[in-house]
Design a protein around this ligand. Structure first.
Ligand code: GLA
Length: 536
């Protein structure tokens, strides 16, 4: 009886949510009469790179040492040991923070032994360190642990409001005791409840991959678990990594596959295995949530967790998850496309004895250059190669390289067109002289566009320089629009031949931080070939 009532209530809620999504989609179709739009991500604008921080579960579970002192201690260490400086931001608490019963008003009550000053005091402390605070509950009638507490099912808005009133910045929403109610309904209900609080809250869906959330959760949560729980063993870590690897196509800024929290530092893997764990999570653009008690870990742990080269791979603003190049005989080769045109390549040896793992620049998607620079992101050594990428990889180890085209490093203000959002058209490489891995060949159609996401250090006037080629004698005009504003028409006249790349500049006004620059073809021949956009 209870189950039927809940299910009916959730069906009604989902109908409302579906109508809202359909309305939004209809809006986009009228706006454009034109090109297909990129799939939605949750429009809360959060987690544009994978979340980084801490969660206590992997180290304490529900033991008594999960308490206020621990949470504050972790926040202190984030600041004192440089973890905040390298990007770790969220200090999150997991199951067992509340009492097993709601109070007379139906609200969750912090366990007064663990959190004698309540949760808001802890959140305030974390915020006072310039960090963010996260909390946990379950999309069910109770959380997962036997010592747990009442879940959010049927209490979504009340619990979301309580969390927002405490200053919560991140919610992990688990899957236990879900009463068989449809997962999409349950998680959508909490998405809408969080949105209704008006507070920006990263939303972490934790349904263990049971309902293939990668196929439906991109506009529901900022991240979704893809597997069951990790534990501090090499075998479990690898089995989870292997399942998550195949889901690369579903990850993008604001919407991430989550192979669960880190075990680095918990003591039951070797330093080599923890480096593999961290390397694989980085190339998979996974959330980096530290799961060890940083008050007690060894120095190896800090060295691994603070490797800024590896973190940069995880946090790359393009937001691509590595794709599998090959996996024969437990020799895994994964390649992650990076925003500046580089690739990160992980050579992971799953086996119990050393193996030589070999690939080439072309095979990992960065062919066409006479030489390449390879930086080993763990040893920090660099070398050049004409294309061969090979290493003797010890048992259970990962060699992680950043591979760049040889010669000069591209300027930081260059945005390659092949890394932008492309509405129609293709990435081609048949005309020499381009930078990065190719150029965009626009579809020969009005409305075909490329949209760049660029960063401006300060608000104000800026010059956009488009490197392009137009091998025909007629103009290939485009409208250049900044942040969806009024477009500026630019001609892009002929460059005579297709391999003759030239630059055209446009003066615009940018806002500080992220901006979108959309270049839309306005003629039937489409846009010119576009190599990159530079900002000055
Ligand atoms: C589930 C989750 C874990 C953890 C526990 C808490 O198992 O998947 O990550 O949150 O519940 O009980």
């Amino acid at each position: 009886m209870r189950r039927t009532r809940l299910a009916a209530a959730f069906t009604a809620a989902l109908l409302t949510a579906t109508a809202a999504v359909a309305g939004a989609a209809a809006g986009l179709i009228t706006e454009a009469a034109s090109p297909p739009q990129p799939a939605f991500a949750l429009p809360n604008g959060l987690a544009l790179t994978p979340p980084m921080g801490f969660n206590n579960w992997n180290t304490t579970q529900c033991r008594a040492d999960f308490n206020e002192a621990m949470v504050k201690g972790i926040a202190d260490i984030f600041v004192a040991r440089g973890l905040k400086d390298v990007g770790y931001q969220y200090v999150n608490i997991d199951d067992c923070w509340a009492l097993p019963q709601r109070n007379g008003q139906g609200n969750l009550v912090p366990d007064p032994v663990r959190f004698p000053n309540g949760i808001k005091a802890v959140a305030d402390y974390v915020h006072s360190k310039g960090l963010k605070f996260g909390i946990y509950t379950s999309a069910g009638t109770k959380t997962c642990n036997v010592a747990g507490f009442p879940g959010g099912l049927g209490h979504e808005q009340q619990d979301a409001n309580l969390f927002a009133s405490w200053g919560v910045d991140y919610l992990k929403y688990d899957n236990c005791n879900n009463q068989g109610v449809d997962a999409r309904m349950r998680y959508t209900k909490m998405r809408d409840a969080l949105a209704a609080t008006g507070r920006p809250i990263v939303y972490s869906i934790c349904e263990w991959g049971q309902n293939q959330p990668w196929t439906w959760a991109q506009d529901v949560g900022n991240l979704w678990r893809t597997t069951g729980d990790i534990n501090d063993t090499y075998a479990k870590m690898v089995s989870i990594a292997k399942r998550n690897m195949s889901l690369a196509q579903y990850a993008k800024p604001g919407a991430w596959n989550d192979p669960d929290m880190l075990e680095v530092g918990n003591g039951r893997m070797t330093a080599t295995e923890y480096r593999t764990h961290f390397s694989l999570w980085a190339v998979m653009a996974a959330p980096l949530l530290i799961g060890s008690d940083l008050r007690r870990v060894n120095e190896d742990t800090f060295t691994i967790l603070r490797n800024t080269d590896v973190i940069a791979v995880d946090q790359d603003r393009l937001g691509k998850q590595a794709t599998i190049i090959s996996q024969a005989g437990g020799r895994h080769i994964l390649s992650k496309q990076l925003a500046n045109g580089d690739r990160a390549v992980a050579l992971f040896n799953e086996n119990g004895s050393a193996q030589t793992i070999s690939t080439t620049a072309a095979a990992i998607g960065i062919g066409g250059s006479a030489s390449y620079d390879l930086k080993d992101l763990w040893t920090k050594t660099t070398r050049t190669t004409t294309g061969a990428i090979s290493a003797s990889v010890p048992a259970h180890a990962t060699v992680l390289y950043r591979v760049s085209r040889g010669g000069t490093t591209p300027p930081p203000n260059r945005y390659e067109a092949e890394s932008a959002t492309i509405s129609q058209g293709t990435v081609d490489s048949n005309h020499a002289g381009f930078s990065g891995t190719g150029f965009v060949n626009y579809a020969n159609a009005v409305g075909s566009y490329v949209e760049f996401s660029v960063n401006a250090a300060t608000a104000g006037p800026a010059t956009l320089s488009f490197r392009y080629a137009n091998g025909t004698t007629t103009n290939r005009p485009m409208d250049i629009a900044v942040n969806g504003g009024a477009p500026v028409a630019v001609n892009f006249p002929s460059t005579t031949t297709w391999p003759n790349w030239q630059s055209t500049t446009v003066s615009v006004t940018l806002q500080a931080g992220a901006n979108t620059i959309r270049a839309t073809a306005t003629g039937a021949a489409g846009g010119p070939n576009v190599d990159y956009l530079e900002l000055s």
